[in-house]
Design a protein around this ligand. Sequence first.
Ligand SMILES: [Zn+2]
Length: 404
Amino acid sequence: MSSVAATCNIIVITDPTGQDPNGAAAGSMSFAQNMFQSTFLMSKNNHFAVLSGGTGSSDVRLNSIVAAVANLENNASAASAASIASSYEGPRLLVGGPYMGAAIGGSFDAYVVKVNDADNSITVTPYSSGVATLEPGQKGAIIHLRNTDGNPMYGTADYVRKETAMNIGKMIRDGYPATTILSEAMGEVARDSGEKYGGGGVNLVSGISTSDMFTPTEMNSTGYPMDEAYAKSCDECGWGVGYPAAEAYETCPICGGELKIIYAYESLGKAITVSPDAVSVSVYGSGKSGVAATTKEIVQASVNKYGYDASAIAGSINKGINNGLLMGVDHVEPKDINVKEESKAVGVYYTALPGDRSSPSWDLPVDENIMNILGSIQTAVGIVLILLVIFRSRLLKSFQNRRT
Ligand SMILES: [Zn+2]
């Protein structure tokens, strides 16, 4: 298997104080298949991400990432962690977080975007060697972009890198949060340069990621094209459904409202943007796949429309059961709905239909096997990390081998 890597890495910092829950974000994409070989790590506790790419083997890249993470854990600067890439053959490291700023080192073609608060001026500067830095405390971004061999849009990277960097600068100046800017920038790169397969993104302040929303489930395949339709969503109540299931819906099954097409890059923005209106939903009594996720969609939609009302939520869920959105669970009554409005939390207690498992479902962002590996990484580098992309095959083995 040939070694491939991300060809687009972006970090955006719009609030270096860390106050805005959406004030720092990072993302990666590529035209190539096996995007997941380009590891992408975020420390939830220490608020930084390490994005990688470049040439050379995935093992070498992985070694450089682990070295960078170990340095960051010892309070190294972003610049010193990124410079580690130069001690290895071929990799690139883009490192950053709301408090530490950002830096890129190794093999790269990047722009550093800086927005000056005093006069709203934007500077956009190209770098391709050494270490390029966005200093701590500075609003701005770093974008790296190259074209993959075989991409029919090969040759567009230089132009798109510069255009996207300038648009990132304008959006920072105009006050958009980093998560929105990341999503728009990834949409522009996907459309205009063809380096379009996810990949994904992380919110570096709030510690949430797109997880494997856009990554391929099979080896030797590409991730989700970030410029294509990903879901349909109801403007009226917020209900949504992903493709390909979305093909079957013309109107909202909850409220009958219009459905709007959400492109993958927009879904990325939604997934990592913390909304003050978001409802935390816990689902008990059904381990059936899809029940928890669908219940969350329905509860969020019901709360948006009717508020924190147990009867209304139960009604919305029963409607979902009746029209086939929710399968394998019995109808609920208001007493099965535990509403805590002050903490914006809703618990739903299902009775599983005969034959179903009845243990509470654990809403893990990744499957159990991956969680075990995550645990090993935590031990190996002594830090809480989130994997955006799932380690498989050789990469998985090399990570497992590291701890022995
Ligand atoms: Zn609706």
